[in-house]
Structure formats: structure tokens, C-alpha cells
Design a protein around this ligand. Structure first.
Ligand code: FES
Length: 157
């Protein structure tokens, strides 16, 4: 598999920010570029990223499987991730997740039949001061409430 040109262009840009002998430094940015273009990261894509960077595939697999931000399965157009870890749970993330499930008609790990939304439960998003936290695309929605869930989803195309 060959990576699409927009992906290789972003990888090339990323490489300019790091020493030439350290291609591994660009792995995270390369994975973001591939995911932005392709929606998720399948095995051929990971192999293509490794090949393009001149790395052993395991170096790319390690990053792709460690971080929640990388999708290893196809997801809906809007990937709704909600934190249920301790700070968010203490601030009633249960009410937020209940409203998300009701509104979307799906449970964690599922995608709506129209392919618009995927709902995922995640561990701490590192924004505990704004608990409960929902993460969609490149945005964090802090201090989430059931009412705010409605506003957030209404605001998505
Ligand atoms: S516990 Fe939810 S952001 Fe930290």
C-alpha cells in the first residue's frame, strides 16, 4: 500500500522538525496524518507508515496501539469519547454517558447505523479539572452535563 500524497506531505513536513537520523520522532505526527486522511489505521496503513519512515513496523504498532487517539477500527464521522475515570465519575459522568447512549441509541463500542457517531468510553483524558470530559474530533468539552450533551450533538453537522 502507498500512502496518499497528503499524508506523505505531512510526514515530510514533520520530519523537518527532527534530526534526520531520528525518523521515529515523527511517528505520532505520521499516524495523525494517516488517520486524518483515512479515518482509521488498519494494518496495511501502519506498515506503510513504517516503510515510509524507514522503521521496523513494531515501532509504529507500539504508538498506534498505546494511544486512545488512534482508531484501530473504523469509526463514525464523529467519534465521541467520554471519560469515566475517577474525577469524571465523581462529577457524574454516569449522567453524561446515559444521555449520550439515549440520544445516540448506541452503547460503548458501537456506531450509529447512519455512520455518523461512534461512542467510546475512555480513561483519564488529562483534563480532570474540567470533569466530566467529552472528546470529539479535535475538541474537548469540559464540565459536561446531560443538557450540554444535547447542545454539543446539536452543534455537530
Ligand atoms: S478522570 Fe476524566 S479527565 Fe481525568
Amino acid at each position: 500500500m502507498e500512502l496518499p500524497e497528503p499524508v506523505t506531505r505531512r510526514i515530510d513536513q514533520a520530519r523537518t522538525r527532527y534530526p534526520a537520523e531520528e525518523p521515529r520522532a515523527a511517528v505520532i505526527e505520521a499516524l495523525h496524518a494517516a488517520q486524518d486522511e483515512l479515518g482509521w489505521l488498519d494494518q496495511p496503513t501502519l506498515d506503510a507508515v513504517a516503510d515510509y519512515l524507514g522503521l521496523e513496523p513494531i515501532k509504529v504498532y507500539e504508538a498506534a496501539t498505546f494511544y486512545d487517539m488512534f482508531n484501530r477500527e473504523p469509526v463514525g464521522r464523529h467519534h465521541v469519547r467520554v471519560c469515566t475515570n475517577i474525577s469524571c465519575w465523581l462529577c457524574d459522568s454516569d449522567a453524561v454517558t446515559d444521555r449520550l447512549r439515549e440520544r445516540l441509541g448506541i452503547d460503548f463500542g458501537e456506531t450509529t447505523s447512519d455512520g455518523r457517531f461512534t461512542l467510546t468510553e475512555v480513561e483519564c483524558l488529562g483534563a480532570c479539572g474540567g470533569a466530566p470530559v467529552i472528546w470529539i474530533g479535535r475538541s474537548y468539552y469540559e464540565n459536561a452535563t446531560p443538557e450540554r450533551v444535547e447542545e454539543i450533538l446539536d452543534g455537530l453537522e
